[in-house]
Design a protein around this ligand. Structure first.
Ligand code: ADP
Length: 340
């Protein structure tokens, strides 16, 4: 019950900083299901490639072992099938179906919120599979602990495994995704058109791909050549108005300073006590991740060198890996800034 086309393969998944860990862990899972990261929990906003990764895991696993039994479905489908089984007094078959798989790929687990009976059933499914070392991969639009309306015991099961995020792709990744899409469409589209689309659509990949398809369809229907001015005309309403939404480093500095209860002046200053260094590095990291600014441009605003900014971003990445509560703090700030 997943598409056999290789559109949603690992090979067709463009990897960048925004999804590197999600890609690597998904790949590892498909190579040794049940034994690398179990459960694997992938979270992020809609349209950023989570379902793509689930399909890729299914395909790759099948290519290693065609006899693996794989179930791929959304939590909503799981819930509907469960309700059906109650209606038809057929829970035995339901259990047989879901407790005898080698890999369970459950998309959009947030749909289980407030569905007490389905959650209970899923809890037992989860335990049955987990105790047999069967692989479970879940996706969600938020982290496990943010899943209000989900039983604590389920959340704690999810947290027991590996939790990875997918973020909005950076400019280079967006361009690479568009180039790949162009190749698969087998049409001539100049690179500057792809750059234009990637600069103006940042929120999610589905929208990015949709814009390209719309442009190409329009051009071919009208017999026009695809160029940047046609793109501007055709995509007008879809282009994200970046000028007023775009975060600048000043806003990031202000928010980070307030959060850590230090002054912006301290962050930009020379003091190297830990209570200042952490907010400084976090602010650099967020500037790199939430704005389109280059390392040298960020360095200039922080009155530091390019190498220092690079080092700070790496240091924050490492610390987030080591310390989940620190990661939560950084993500909280990120969300707050994204919603400004
Ligand atoms: P989600 O499940 O997170 O809502 P999807 O997996 O449905 O998102 O992705 C939306 C579309 O974007 C799909 O067509 C998918 O193939 C494409 N996509 C997302 N991320 C990537 C990527 N990194 N490389 C290539 N295509 C991608």
């Amino acid at each position: 019950n997943f598409p056999s086309s290789d559109r949603y393969s690992f090979q067709n998944f463009i990897v960048g900083d925004s999804n590197r860990l999600a890609f690597a862990t998904s790949k590892a899972v498909s190579e040794s299901p049940g034994f690398s990261y179990n459960p694997l929990f992938i979270y992020g906003s809609s349209g950023l490639g989570k379902s793509h990764l689930l399909h890729a895991i299914a395909q790759e696993t099948m290519s290693h072992n065609p006899y693996h039994r794989i179930e791929y479905l959304s939590a909503e489908e799981f819930s509907n099938i469960f309700i059906d089984s109650i209606q038809h007094n057929d829970q035995r078959n339901f259990r047989k179906r879901f407790r005898n798989v080698d890999i369970l790929l459950l998309d959009d687990v947030q749909f289980l919120k407030n569905k007490t009976k389905t959650q209970e059933e899923f809890f037992h499914t989860f335990n049955a599979l987990y105790s047999l070392n069967k692989q479970i991969v879940l996706t969600s639009d938020c982290q496990p602990h943010e899943l209000d309306g989900l039983e604590k015991r389920l959340v704690s099961r999810f947290e027991h495994g590996q939790i990875v995020d997918v973020l909005k792709p950076e400019f280079e990744t967006r361009v690479a995704i568009l180039r790949q899409k162009r190749n698969s469409m087998n049409v001539h589209i100049p690179n500057d058109v792809l750059d234009f689309i990637a600069s103006n659509i940042k929120s999610h990949v589905r929208k990015l791909e949709g814009a390209l398809v719309r442009l190409v369809t329009y051009a071919s229907t009208m017999g026009y050549e695809v160029n940047a001015s046609l793109a501007r005309e055709v995509l007008g309403g879809q282009l994200e108005n970046t000028s007023d939404r775009n975060l600048d480093i000043t806003a990031i500095l202000r928010q980070v300073a307030e959060y850590f209860d230090v002054g912006v002046k301290d962050i930009l200053g020379k003091r190297r006590t830990q209570s200042i260094v952490t907010p400084r590095q976090v602010a650099m990291y967020l500037s790199r991740n939430l704005t389109e600014e280059s390392f040298p441009a960020i360095a200039e605003q922080f009155r530091r060198t390019h190498a220092t900014v690079l080092h700070s971003c790496n240091a924050i990445n490492e610390q987030m890996e080591l310390d989940p509560s620190f990661k939560d703090k950084v993500f909280y700030l990120k969300k707050r800034l994204e919603n400004l």
